[in-house]
Every structure is written in C-alpha cells, then in structure tokens.
Design a binder for this molecule. Structure first.
Ligand SMILES: [Zn+2]
Length: 502
C-alpha cells in the first residue's frame, strides 16, 4: 500500500511542496529512501525509527521504501522528519489521512519529541501560496507560524500528539508583532545639522549616502541614529524582515522586531557579507533588507565585495548559485557608507593637519571606484562640532519629529508612483526621471550651467535630480525648483574632493 504525506522544502525563500511517498511491503526487512537527499535526511532514518518505537508503535519487519518527490529538488535538513514519520504511521493505519491539503514540518528526536526548525515563517507563507490550508508545526515554532494570515496552524510537541489526536494546539492568525522602539535618538547628536538633513533626505527617498570625515567626528553615531527616522514597518515589511531572520533561526518568542540596521566592517567574510554555505543562507546584505546597511571604512572593502555591492544596489537582491540551483534573497537596503577623507584621516579637516601625499590620497580615493560612487546619491562631509555648540545647552530635534516629515514625503511618493511599481525617488529610472523631475525654464538653465561647470556625468546629473525630487517632496513642493537643486548639489562633497587637484 502506498501512503502520501506532504511537506515543504525551502530554497532561499522559495518553497516547494514535497511529497513523501511511503510503501511498506513484504520482503527482506530494509529501509530505503530516495529522491535527491542530502546526508542529513539519510541520517533521519534511525531517528524516525526510534521515535516511532518510543511512541509505542511497532514497525513491522518489512521492506520500507520512501520516495521524496519531485526528484529534481535537492532536499536538505531535518524539517522533513515529521512528514516521513507521519507517512509511515498512515501506512500502518495508526494515523488517518486528512481530507484537506495538509503539510507537516518538524524535526523528530529519539524520544518522539517534535523539535523546532528554522525557516518556519517562509515555509508557512509559501505553503499558503501553494494552496495549503493547514500546517502542522513544532509547538516551539507556533507563534512564528501564526503570523501568516488565513492558515490553520497546529502546534505539536510529540509524535504521540498526532497518534492520539491529543494536546493539539490549534491557532489561527492572532499574533501581534511588537515593533521595538529604539533606545537611541537623533537629538543625542549635538549640531551636525547638515548631516542630519542629508540623512533625512536619505530616509525620505531611500537614497544611499556616504559620510566623509575624520576619526571621532561622529560618523558612526549619526549612521546608527539614521534608522530611528525611518517609518515604522508595515505588516508586509515585517513579514519580509522576519522571513530572513526565521531562516537563520533568529526569531524570538516575543516576536519583537525592528527595522534592520546592520553594521559591517571590511574584515567581514564573503559568506557573512552576501550569504553562503552549501545550502545557501542569507548574509548581511539580506539581513539589512528594508533597513540600513552601514559599511564603515568603506575604501578598505576589497574590490570583489564592492563589485558585488554594485550589483546588489542595482538588482536589490542577491543570487547565490549552487549546483542544485540558485537561491535568491532580497537585499533592498539604504546603504550608509563611512570613510576617512585620506589615509591619515585629516585631509581638509578642522582638527589637525593632513600628512598624506597627494599620491597617497589619490590611491586611497581610487579604491572606492567611480562605479560605486555613481550609485551613492548623497555625499556629505562630517566635521568636528564646534566647542561653542557643545558647551551651549542646545535642544536638538527629536527623531520622531524628523520621522514625521520622512513619512509624509514617503506618502507623497507612494501616491505618485502607484502605477510605476516603485516606492521612492531613488528607484526612478531615466525615463521616469524625465517624467517626474520636470524643471521650469529657469531651473533648467541653472542645472545646465552646473552640469558644464562641475563636469557632471550623466549619472550624477540624474542623481542630483532624484535627490532634488526628494527635497521638493520634503518641502511640500510640487515641482523641483532652483532651491531644491542648489541644496542637492551640496551633497556631492566627495566628487569635489576627487576633483580638487587630485
Ligand atoms: Zn591625510
């Protein structure tokens, strides 16, 4: 007799239904499992056998054949255990098959306990997408699973729960996600009004930004607080962020979440940066999805990583190729890069004299490369704050007030681009720039002059227009005017540094 039980496999964030086909027949006692299985699944035989025995069920001495279909999907991990066990139990008549489309997910231990697995949230989301109505999950994963709307979730602690139909915890979507409040605030940074304004523009239009300044001027402090002026996560965004964390097993029982801020330095391994492993897991660029990726000491990142970054900024995802296929993870983030202006750190600073030769500075700057700089819309100098400002008891604007403006500007953009499939100004392509960044005659003359005088590339010209569009949105202006352009042009400080006699 053949019995069929379904489970789900995940490759990247894409799920596929896997059929566990179990046949038990007379013959030499043997247990055979096929279907492009990784070693980890082959090893589950022993676990499942002992777990069934310890759940009070005797497996007859017969020939047990198990096929995991479709064969072309590589299967890995321990999440198939439960479905295989249920398949055997159904075949033995111990468990009845259900009438509706059901999926079983979970690892099983010797004593029959059903243990938590990583990736429950994306698996349940995919199961729903594939038409499944009901999912059995490890009890420990139940909260995460019930974040998925309109899916019946049944949490089980042991195999016995299924055999005896007892202690099944049935939940429907009723979980509230708690968005953490940040314990830092932009108002803690004294002065730096121009940088704060640039960060506001960056948050409003999702523009990437580079902060250039000497050691100790507060680049990191500012970057860390940038996330506090981003809008709150929507329900869909929360699920997106949780998905990646679910795959890595990072979801806490309290279901707390914040918009991601991921800080990395040049020593990061390639695997940790883009993701990797034989079964590709997400890396920093995907953990930063829908948040900020902060890359400190930017010129020190090796060329390979910068080239990859360039592609990621263009495609907003990362493709990890393996023999068994490509795993694609989302990587849509706002890049905040930080760097010293020169190797000694004090070129053009108000702190001390730079001791670097022109050549040394030129080499240092050339490490960044024009191609990546073209993709960073805002370039800002961060200077040391004047002592007079620090000594004064100055009241600085709170994150929540800046965030209110950012949200308003985002709303304008969402409304404007609802038919274009984009959300923010940074995503405008050259045709859309022509459509949405219309300038009057006077403003056109103004930018034309700048284009010639500053020797702008077409890309930087477009970047200026996109940033101007965000400035106009922040200032409730329907059209970009000279003022907007004049402000946007101020955020090209690195380009200027490149040009100044280098
Ligand atoms: Zn120097």
């Amino acid at each position: 007799m053949l019995s069929i039980v379904k489970t789900i496999s995940l490759f990247g964030i894409v799920g596929s239904i896997i059929e566990v086909q179990v046949d038990i027949s007379a013959g030499i006692p043997n247990w055979e499992m096929v279907g492009m299985l990784d070693k980890s699944i082959q090893e589950s035989k022993e676990r499942i056998k002992i777990a069934i025995k310890n759940s009070g069920i005797r497996i007859p001495s017969k020939k047990i054949s198990i096929n995991l279909a479709p064969a072309e999907i590589r299967k890995e991990g321990t999440s198939f255990d439960l479905a295989i066990a249920v398949g055997i139990l159904q075949n033995l008549g111990v468990v009845q098959a259900e009438n509706e489309e059901v999926v079983y997910i979970g690892e099983i231990s010797y004593d029959g306990a059903v243990k938590s697995v990583n990736g429950i949230l994306p698996m349940c989301l995919e199961a729903k997408k594939l038409g499944i109505k009901k999912v059995y999950v490890p009890y420990e994963n139940i909260k995460e699973a019930t974040l998925v709307k309109d899916l019946e979730i049944i949490g089980i602690k042991t195999l016995k729960n299924i055999i005896e139909k007892s202690n099944l915890v049935i939940l429907k979507n009723n979980q509230k996600i708690k968005e953490n409040e940040f314990n830092i605030d932009m108002s803690e940074v004294i002065g730096q009004e121009k940088v704060k304004r640039a960060l506001e523009i960056s948050a409003a239009g999702e523009h990437s930004i580079i902060l250039v300044g000497s050691p100790g001027v507060g680049k990191t402090m500012l970057a860390k607080r940038a996330i506090t002026i981003f809008p709150e996560l929507s329900y869909e965004e929360t699920l997106e962020v949780m998905k990646i964390n679910s795959i890595l097993g990072n979801i806490k029982d309290s279901l707390e979440i914040s918009r991601p801020f991921i800080e990395i330095n040049p020593n990061i391994t390639l695997n940790a940066f883009i993701g990797g492993g034989r079964y590709p897991m997400p890396g920093a660029v995907s953990l930063a999805n829908l948040g900020i990726l902060f890359m400190d000491e930017f010129p020190e990142f090796d060329r390979n990583k910068i080239n990859l970054l360039k592609n990621i900024l263009d495609t907003k995802c990362i493709k990890l190729d393996r023999v068994s296929g490509s795993a694609i993870y989302p990587s849509k983030f706002v890049l905040i890069a930080a760097m010293n202006p020169c190797p000694c750190g004090y070129y053009a600073s108000n702190i001390k004299e730079c001791i670097c030769s022109k050549n040394k500075i030129k080499n240092y700057l050339s490490k960044i490369g024009k191609a990546i700089l073209d993709r960073i819309d805002l370039q800002v100098n961060v200077k040391k704050v004047d002592y007079k400002l620090i000594s004064k008891t100055q009241v600085c604007e709170k994150s929540k007030d800046i965030k209110a403006r950012v949200k308003q500007a985002r709303k304008i953009q969402i409304e404007r681009y609802k038919k274009d499939g984009i959300l923010t100004n940074s995503e405008l392509n050259s045709n859309q720039i022509k459509k949405y960044c219309v300038l009057d005659k006077e403003t056109t003359e103004f930018i034309k002059e700048l284009y010639i005088k500053m020797g702008l590339s077409v890309r930087s010209y477009n970047n200026i227009l996109k940033v101007s569009r965000t400035i106009a949105d922040l200032n409730y202006k329907e059209n970009i005017d000279i003022q907007c352009i004049a402000e946007a042009i101020q955020y090209r400080s690195l380009e200027k540094l490149y040009k100044e006699g280098m």
